[in-house]
Design a protein around this ligand. Structure first.
Ligand SMILES: [Zn+2]
Length: 449
């Protein structure tokens, strides 16, 4: 019991420090400055018998690798990966200081509390405890704290996978996100993220002809054309695809059987999502079964009395795993119809990305099930997919199974989590920190032997 309290206190303190380090990544190369949290983690591991190395992609953009070397080169290598950067905040919406790391009634508040400094912290706690305990596994344990996940990972996980592949060579990877208990009649379901969609963004430039705003009749106004294009993209309905990860996940939730059947039927899922009362489930069901197109930015026009000749539209496109960049572009053109030839389509750098999917039936999945089942009796792990992006994709693209997991208590209802990711009032209870840290430790002992 004292040991469990010790784990909880240690993970809480480390999380608070990581939150206070304020490694805010706004997408610019000069932001993030994850070197602060790399120093925190290096100091934390100091003297514990963990070999640490730091890697710099750009000034201040550092990642840390810590290893416990295995004795058997044939045994599996497991990489636990957390990111140290966080997204910006709108402080006005917060009830507490977003970078204060305050502990209030067993809950730690702050940006990154669930995305994903909680896991970065608990993975470190487990690694350090194992090392201090003299854990000499057969398989190698690699702890990786990366920069830049929130801006696409090219200065963190992507950099290491490309430039230092020998340092992050692993047979299995675990990172965010999953493990928030969802209540069902048969106990709690814990999602293990096995796949994600690909961010396949596009910038559209709509052309028109400039003219005097006092004579708009029969002119070629780029803004008016853009408005029609935006509406067409918003209305576009690509065919649905049902992936096993979606089917398994929605079945495990034990919803009404008729509803479940409709949500895994490619011909019925769209109408079902349109008509259901639960908007959150509707959005999830739609996004997990379709490539989505969201026109989110528009810039155009220069002056109130000038008919604009140029409008830029940015579309956030998320492709299902298995959909190619060429297919995405064909869908976009189909959506725009006869206006497609009025538009130049550009892809921002590093955004021609496919989705990624890991195999589900692996020894690691079974070990995760054992480790979490022991801490949360009656729970079941279920493969799931995420509509967002994580650093897992860099490994999946190389054929390495990469899962998203963690273990949370039931104190904060699962319905709160989607609101807290990148939202206001991000927070985590300390029991969840204890559960995750204990789960990582048990998993490593079980899986790496
Ligand atoms: Zn994250």
């Amino acid at each position: 019991m004292r040991d469990e309290q010790g784990i909880e206190a240690e993970a809480t303190e480390l999380l608070q420090t990581l939150i206070r380090n304020r490694c805010v990544n706004d997408g610019t190369v000069a932001s993030g400055q994850e070197t602060r949290s790399v120093s925190t983690l290096e100091a934390y591991f100091n003297g514990a018998g963990v070999a640490c190395e730091r890697y710099t992609s750009e000034p201040g953009r550092e990642s840390l690798i810590a290893r416990i070397e295995g004795s058997d080169p044939k045994a599996p290598r497991l990489l636990l990966m957390g990111h140290t950067d966080v997204v910006p905040v709108s402080p006005d919406g917060w009830k507490r200081d977003p970078f204060g790391g305050e502990l209030v009634d067993g809950v730690v508040w702050g940006r990154g509390a669930i995305d994903m400094l909680n896991l970065t912290s608990t993975m470190a706690v487990a690694t350090r405890r194992l090392a201090k305990d003299g854990f000499r596994p057969r398989g190698t344990l690699i702890y990786l704290a990366v920069a830049d996940e929130e801006a696409g990972g090219n200065l963190g996980a992507g950099y290491l996978v490309d430039r230092r592949p020998e340092m992050v060579k692993a047979d299995y990877v675990i990172t965010e996100s999953g493990g928030v208990p969802i209540p069902t009649r048969d106990g709690h379901v814990l999602g293990v993220t096995v796949g994600e969609k690909g961010a396949n963004w596009r910038h559209l430039t709509v052309a028109g002809t400039p003219g005097h705003g006092s004579r708009p009749f029969r002119t070629d106004n780029a803004l008016v054309t853009a408005a029609i294009i935006i509406q067409r993209i918003a209305d576009y309905r690509p065919a649905a695809r049902i992936l096993d990860a979606w089917k398994n996940y929605i079945t495990a939730l034990e919803l009404d059987p008729e509803l479940t059947a409709a949500l895994v039927d490619p011909d019925r899922v769209w109408k079902t999502a349109r008509d259901m009362d639960n908007a959150a489930l509707a959005r999830e069901a739609h996004a997990c079964t379709h490539t989505t197109f969201s026109p989110n930015v528009a810039h155009g026009g220069s002056k109130v009395n000038v008919i604009p000749d140029r409008v830029e539209i940015q579309v956030d496109i998320r492709a299902l795993p298995g959909i190619t960049s060429e297919e995405v572009e064909a869908m976009l053109k189909e959506a725009m119809g006869d206006l497609a030839d009025r538009v130049t389509i550009d892809t921002p750098p590093n955004r021609r990305r496919g989705g990624s999917l890991s195999t589900i039936d692996t020894p690691l999945m079974r070990a995760l099930s054992r480790a979490s089942g022991a801490l949360m009796p009656g729970s079941t792990v279920v493969p799931a997919m995420t509509t967002g992006g994580t650093d897992a994709r860099f490994f999946r693209w190389k054929g390495i199974p990469a899962y998203g997991f963690g273990l949370h208590s039931t104190r904060i209802p699962y319905t709160e989590y989607p609101i807290m990711f990148h939202g206001h009032n991000e927070r985590v209870d300390t029991e969840s920190l204890r559960l995750s840290a204990m789960m990582w430790e048990a998993l490593c002992r079980d899986f790496l032997g």
